[in-house]
Design a protein around this ligand. Sequence first.
Ligand SMILES: [Zn+2]
Ligand SMILES: [Zn+2]
Length: 357
Amino acid sequence: MRKGAITQVAVLKAIAEYDELGRSEFLAKYHFSEARSYLLLHEGREYDSKAIAGVAHRWGQGRALLPEEFSGGKDHAAAWLKRAGFEVKSVKNPDWARDEIILACHLVMTNGWKGLDANDPRVLELSGLLQLMPIHAEADRNEKFRNPNGVARKTFDIATRHPDYRGKPTNGGALDVEVLHEFLARPAEMTEVAQLIRQGITAGDLQTLPLDDDEDLDDYSAPEGRLLMSRHKRRERNKGLRKKKIAAVLRQGGTLACEACGFDFEKVYGDRGSGYIECHHVVPLHEAGEGRTKLSDLALICANCHRMIHRRAPWPTPADLRAAIGHRRAPQSLAGTNVVQQRSKALERSAAPEERQ
Ligand SMILES: [Zn+2]
Ligand SMILES: [Zn+2]
């Protein structure tokens, strides 16, 4: 059986059976529960998308799938149904992304850390702006996506988490609290970040920015949010700039070792690593804005250090990071070859007992 290989005809048969039995009997017969995230739309009616997708496997695939054999989401049921030509809509709106929370938090801050009502013009404006942001795909949104009520609720979620708030906090997640604390710790910087995101969307500059799915943007907590981070990475990935930077460093007699930890890809990986190093744009996003990147704004950084720099705001400079590593390790062990030699010795030691098993 090939999971997900369902035809339009098979889906229509499942829909027909659903109509005939009625929702609860259909769900009970195939052991599905009510859809929590996606609904299938067909001829003006709504269906539990996961159950339909599972049952559609009866035709052509031999048997209906059991609920535990697949997910109802974008990776499975919703995607299969769309591929078979059906319309699927999201029941629940996606969680707020950091970029969105940054904008909401900024609004709460300018309102003296108080929540705002749904009919406040600033809430209406923010609601419109959030709907323009390219973070969540249309298919994942429903008609209430970031509507004024939702935005107002979010402002209260944030405001009631403020340390000075004496009452009981409303709902809201860990990310709300995280962003709130970033605003409290670095209000000027976070305000600039909020303004840059705003400008970017209004001007259409961030709005058309493709968000590369393959990239582990979620892995990076991307303090400035995904949109600015994505722009930052796009600049860093500019091949022409990287080439120029590398050429300039070599011309001045330098090496391609990491400016923070000294790791040298060629020394460690030989030919395979020759000429490889990442470029990090050292001017923080919120200061860089639009404009040209100067070679002096770029630092040569190994992949590990690059990730560590971006991991948490405020981003350390390569020198800060070097100092931080230096506190932990003797300076001579920072050269890539030494690190690797030590590591392979350690591996030999640790591998030995397993080999005997
Ligand atoms: Zn490094
Ligand atoms: Zn970077």
